[in-house]
Design a protein around this ligand. Sequence first.
Ligand SMILES: NC(=O)c1ccc[n+]([C@@H]2O[C@H](COP(=O)([O-])OP(=O)(O)OC[C@H]3O[C@@H](n4cnc5c(N)ncnc54)[C@H](OP(=O)(O)O)[C@@H]3O)[C@@H](O)[C@H]2O)c1
Length: 328
Amino acid sequence: MRAVTVPSPGGPETLTLAELPDPVAGPGEVVLDVVATAVNRADLLQRQGFYPPPPGASDVLGLECSGTVRSVGADVEGWSVGDEACALLAGGGYAEQVVAPAGQLMRVPDGVPLAVAGALPEVACTVWSNVFMLAHLQPGEKLLVHGGAGGIGSFAIQLAAALGARVFATAGSEEKLELCRSLGAERAISYRDEAASGIPLWVEVLGEAGGADVILDNMGAKYLDPNVRALATSGRLAIIGMQGGTRGELDIAALLAKRGAVIATTLRARPSAEKAAICRAVEEHVWPLVEIGRVRPIVGAELSLDRVAEAHALMDAGTHTGKILLRT
Ligand SMILES: NC(=O)c1ccc[n+]([C@@H]2O[C@H](COP(=O)([O-])OP(=O)(O)OC[C@H]3O[C@@H](n4cnc5c(N)ncnc54)[C@H](OP(=O)(O)O)[C@@H]3O)[C@@H](O)[C@H]2O)c1
């Protein structure tokens, strides 16, 4: 099969299409003929040599895909050759074939083209597991989504709004702020703007609204202090990214006063059984909203797998909106 390899860590130009042996389904596993995969920020880090795959995972990049079942290993129930599926992967998605634990396969939501479903697993599983399973966002509560026009953010806004939350979002340009509003954010705030007092404008806006009950944060260290300031009493800060660095200073007194919680997870390293449980919850709670068109996959760019370097350059530049899809 053809797959994207990283002969040596570096920029997008290092990505190389190579011939690799076809994967084989072991017990409990399924091999998919990949129709589409999508770019994630973790792929950029892995390409640069900073984010090695977890033990046992493929060296090939790619944390999600859609496709058809090519073969089924022993002890797999519910999947047959030819079935369409999308899958959450620990790696291997940038390829014509990939092997995955059967529990990490999900049915393709009705009405979503098979290729587009390749852009759903990471955003759906990340947003559901963090915002709803861990941070327990409730109807009527306020969610602040940082980077609301990106892949994760554009899904989080729609899902939270569909489930009755009030959504606030940050973004970096007027076009992206408008996208956030069109997806259901009641306020979209430029992360570049400061209030007259010198604090980030989004901290002031959330403060005036009574604070965020949940914050979905992609920035990490840089936003730790302002995020705690923007929390409501009993607010939950869910950190999923470190685009703003890994080491920050936490004002414990401020967190105590708010009876706040700081949560941080990465999906990729979680045991397969936990990922399977998240996939089942997504099929139950998220797919019905996708099927009625209330939550849409936002695909900002679509390229063929042999243009993977362009796709990475696009995400490196940060000019995209939504997901960047790669078709095999
Ligand atoms: N922990 C996990 O399990 C997990 C899983 C998946 C993804 N993630 C993380 O989630 C984050 C988003 O992933 P993605 O796939 O959605 O990537 P993406 O599409 O590239 O989105 C990145 C976002 O970061 C925003 N951003 C840049 N600078 C910012 C700033 N100063 N303040 C606020 N936002 C800023 C961008 O906003 P503009 O475009 O408006 O500039 C963009 O929306 C990444 O950090 C990724 O690593 C974590």
